[in-house]
Design a protein. Structure first.
Length: 234
């Protein structure tokens, strides 16, 4: 895709699942620089127009200092965050690495899944020079039940996550783009129960949305209705 590989440093190349590298290849354009250094930081992609692109397949909080620091210096930063709307689960035999089973995960992510991670970096919401792009993907997750995984995963260890298909993307930069996630006809003041019902998500995830928007200054807390906090547009 026209990537300039001369600036590859080896940093971060082996620290992510395959999904990370595959997404970089998918979003790369002619003239982009791969694994380039900017202000002493290694950036996944530097666009020909100067935009800095970071692909983050996991913890958004780990990017917070890096992204906010670059944005504060006037760089335009785009964070690409994939959400699996469909995921196949592969399990391999720990002794032979042969395929034991394959099934479709019952979990289906959506744009609101973003907020499970965004609660650790709410400063990204409507921040100057920061765009957050949610990329809906189909993926395959490969696991080995060798006992080294966590107890709640029954000892399964994830050995790789791979991209099958990128389906669609949605970018958020301005206050209006973020606030468009809240249905216009929803009665004000907002609370997590009403928002969750309107969006078809659980109240816990709805609380995360309200928390992020409040931390970003898009909403303000105006009191309580019973045990639920109430919010209005700032």
């Amino acid at each position: 895709m026209g990537l300039n590989a001369a600036e590859q440093t080896g940093i971060n190349i082996f620290s992510e699942y395959s999904l990370h590298e595959q997404l970089k290849e998918y979003i790369a354009k002619t003239g982009d620089r791969l694994e380039a250094r900017v202000e002493g930081k290694v950036i996944d992609l530097v666009r020909a127009d100067g935009e800095l692109v970071e692909v983050q397949t996991g913890h958004l909080g780990q990017l917070k200092s890096k992204v906010l620091g670059l944005a504060a210096k006037g760089y335009r930063v785009r964070v690409v965050y994939p959400v699996s709307v469909e995921r196949q689960l592969r399990r391999l035999d720990p002794a032979t690495n042969e395929l034991v089973s394959m099934r479709k995960s019952p979990k289906r992510g959506d744009v609101y899944s973003l907020f499970d991670e965004l609660v650790h970096a709410p400063e990204f919401v409507a921040a100057r020079n920061i765009t957050l792009e949610v990329l809906a993907v189909k993926s395959v997750e490969t696991k080995i039940r060798d006992g080294s995984g966590s107890w709640w995963r029954k000892g399964d260890r994830t050995v790789d996550i791979e991209l099958v298909e990128a389906i669609s993307s949605r970018s958020f930069c301005t206050q209006d783009q973020w606030l468009a996630l809240i249905p216009e006809g929803l009665a004000r003041p907002l609370d997590s129960a009403a928002l969750g019902e309107a969006l078809g998500i659980g109240p816990e995830r709805a609380r995360k949305i309200l928390y992020c928007f409040c931390r970003a200054g898009l909403l303000v807390e105006v009191g309580k209705g019973g045990r639920l906090k109430k919010f209005e547009k700032a």
